[in-house]
Structures are given as structure tokens and as C-alpha cells.
Design a protein. Structure first.
Length: 70
């Protein structure tokens, strides 16, 4: 007995280079809920109805005398 043929699922979704190298946020920074949805330039929280974006400012220099400690 052979297994029935499955339909072709079509092309697989590709992950953009940005998504592949960045961790997505998991919680709203305002209400801490997980109801986040991507927007064109940020995120939308459907629990508190806020839209926001997260910006990477850069790496701290070790030359500031803290030895890399916060």
C-alpha cells in the first residue's frame, strides 16, 4: 500500500537578512503583553494600542574606564 500523494506546498517563505540576524522583541515595553504585530517601521501592541520602534544605538567603548561593566 502506498501513501497518497501530497499536494505541493508551493515556494517556502524566505527569511529576510534583517530578520535572520536580529532577535524579534517578545514583549511590549509599555504593558509587557505579548500581543505584538509588525508594522512597516516598528511594532504594534494590540493590548495597549501603542505603536513603537526599537533602535540600536551602538556598542559601548571599553575606553570609558568601566572595563565593559555597566
Amino acid at each position: 500500500m502506498t501513501e497518497p500523494e501530497r499536494p505541493d506546498p508551493g515556494p517556502t517563505k524566505t527569511v529576510s537578512a534583517y530578520t535572520a540576524t536580529r532577535q524579534q522583541i517578545m514583549y511590549c515595553p509599555y504593558c509587557a503583553e505579548e500581543t505584538l504585530f509588525p508594522l512597516e517601521r516598528g511594532w504594534e501592541c494590540r493590548s495597549c494600542n501603542r505603536a513603537f520602534s526599537i533602535t540600536f544605538l551602538g556598542l559601548r567603548s571599553h575606553a570609558d574606564g568601566t572595563g565593559g561593566q555597566p
